[in-house]
Structure formats: structure tokens, C-alpha cells
Design a protein around this ligand. Sequence first.
Ligand code: FNR
Length: 369
Amino acid sequence: MEVTNITEYQAIAKEKLPKMAYDYYASGAEDQWTLQENRYAFSKILFRPRILIDVTKIDMATTVLGFKISMPIMIAPTAFQKMAHPEGEYATARAASAAGTIMTLSSWATSSVEEVASTGPGIRFFQLYVYKDRNVVAQLVRRAERAGFKAIALTVDTPRLGRREADIKNRFTLPPFLTLKNFEGLDLGKMDEAADSGLASYVAGQIDRSLSWKDVKWLQTITKLPILVKGVLTAEDARLSVQAGAAGIIVSNHGARQLDYVPATIMALEEVVKAAQGRVPVFLDGGVRRGTDVFKALALGASGIFIGRPVVFSLAAEGEAGVRKVLQMLRDEFELTMALSGCRSLKEITRQHIMTEWDASGPLPAPRL
Ligand code: FNR
């Protein structure tokens, strides 16, 4: 049967993939409350469409950190894509560049920065996990720069790995034929088996729990690339991100895989946007599955969104063709949403085009600092 929306790839991936791989991709942390909420919260936002506007031409193009892309829909970093499909990150990179949008490559990719760059031209960001060994970090950032990556997405919500119970039950570890390709030459490319989640043990051993705001500054001393702080959920941290020199903020709860019972990202977005005061662009990821979700995020002030799981699920189902189809379906739905709301360009999408549950009860109280 024909796939008609991006969510349908999840069931196909579940059938095709070994249980350990599927569970790793699909899981959230603990009770998975935030995982559900990331989706459900979008359904609490409704449209206030405008009518009788000539929508013959719809322009979805935008600019992110000065780079022109065809639509405000980008690819979030997800680890171990070759576990979904033999072409893994290569397929994702090709699909993103064919769609004229940005791919973010995970630190924990199963293809290296150089390999992904070799797939051809494309605007790519590199997601960074900060290892205890800062020489490793400095080397990796330099390699990403040299390979033509245009920005660093610094993940700040993972001083320890969230408790994903399926991975613990499955004793999750990478299949033996795969490695964390970026770390292969550094002897950090293997994830050992552990009594619980192999990934959780790897993180505990290698990732720097002491990471703090001063390291955001330190990162700027070792690279000229703009830094996006990925994992902001509060106004307080939005302000600190701007002060620390971030070029942008990604409102993210890591696809609900870290701290459970944080709000859906779409609920946290407006507070962060207000705190950023237009000084840096604010992006969102988490639960975006429909063109209407993209529109809602933009109406609440996001400059663009990223998708995570739909990429690995469509990769598992159909490889590069699947990822292309995901991007195309989301683009088509978003274009239709714009037309039916009376918006011809992204700047015409305003807060007045939506209403939220919290609009009725008046503005949210200002956060206490
Ligand atoms: C992730 N995410 C993630 N984030 C990151 O900074 N580095 C990483 O290596 C990964 N790896 C990863 C693997 C898998 C399987 C998932 C599902 C997620 C988080 C990711 O970048 C993004 O924040 C979420 O996936 C967005 O939510 P959705 O679109 O999956 O709902």
C-alpha cells in the first residue's frame, strides 16, 4: 500500500528491523510521557486561517545562518544510521541535498565526516558531543570544518544518557560490523557490551559530565564555525545561550530520550523565542510529523524545524528514496497548510494564524529568575 504520510514509515521499520535496532530508534526515556506529549501537544494548537488571499504562488525558501535552503524543514542528528540501512548517513546526506535542505550529522554517525562530505555538495551541520578528552573534541571539530560542515550543533542535554528501558532490556550495543566512524582512528569507535545499555556505559566512560557555559566559550576559541546550542527548554537558558555567544538555539528534548516529564518542545518554544528577543534564531525539534506541525512551530516563532525519527524509519523502509519521500511529503503538506491558511511566504506566518489552549487563560506568568 502506498505510504501517504511520514508516520507510516514507523510500522514498516518495525517489521524490517531487528528488535534491538528498532527499539533504539523508537524509544523515549522511562515512562515515555514526554515522547507522547511531543506529539500530543501539537494537537492542542488550532488554526485561525485567513481566506480570500491569492495563494497561487507559495514561497517556502528561507535562510539559516546565512545559508539559503528550500524550506524550513531540516534533518536532526540521529546516531547509527547504518543500523537502519547499509547506506546509512550517505543516503540521508544525498536525500537532504536533493531536497535543498540541511542535514545535521551526529558525532555518533556510522559514517565519518569525510565520508559524508564525499557524497557531494550540500549544506551540512555537525552535531557535537563533548568528550572528556578535549584533544579528541578539537580534532573532530577541525575535521568537520575541513570537510566543509557549516555549523556545530552542540548537544547540551546529555551529561549522562537518559534511561531508555528497552535498550537496557535488549543490552543495546552496535552490531559488530559497525563503528562510531568519527572516532575509529582514536580508539573510541567501539561500544562494548555492558550489563545494561552499551551506549549508556559508553557515555558514562567518555562524555564530559562537567560541561558548562564556559565550554561554549571554549568551543569558540577552537572554531570559527557558528554554534547552535541544542537542548534548550527554558527562557533562562535561552538568555545564557545568547550571552555565551551562540549563533542560534535549538529547542529540543532530544526526542524525549533524556529527562522524562519535560514539556513537549512545542510548549517550550514560545518562552524561548521571547527570551531570545530576536538576537539569534530559534529552531525546534521533537514530534514534528506533519506540515501543520511545521506551520505551528513557525507561528510560535521558530525559524525552522528538524526531524529525527522519520529519517531513520524511512531509511529502514526504503533507504535514500524513503528519506527523499519523507522530505517531499512534509514539504507538500507544509505548502498546503500555508495555502489553506492564506500565507504566501514564511514571513506572512504569524502568531495570529494559530490559537493555543494557553491563549484562552491569558499569558503565561513570566518565569522567575
Ligand atoms: C537522536 N537524537 C540525537 N541528538 C543528538 O544530539 N545526537 C545524536 O547522536 C542523537 N541521536 C539520536 C538517535 C535517535 C535514534 C533519535 C530518535 C534521536 C535526538 C535528535 O537529534 C532530535 O532531537 C530528535 O530525534 C527529535 O525528535 P523526533 O523528530 O525524533 O521526534
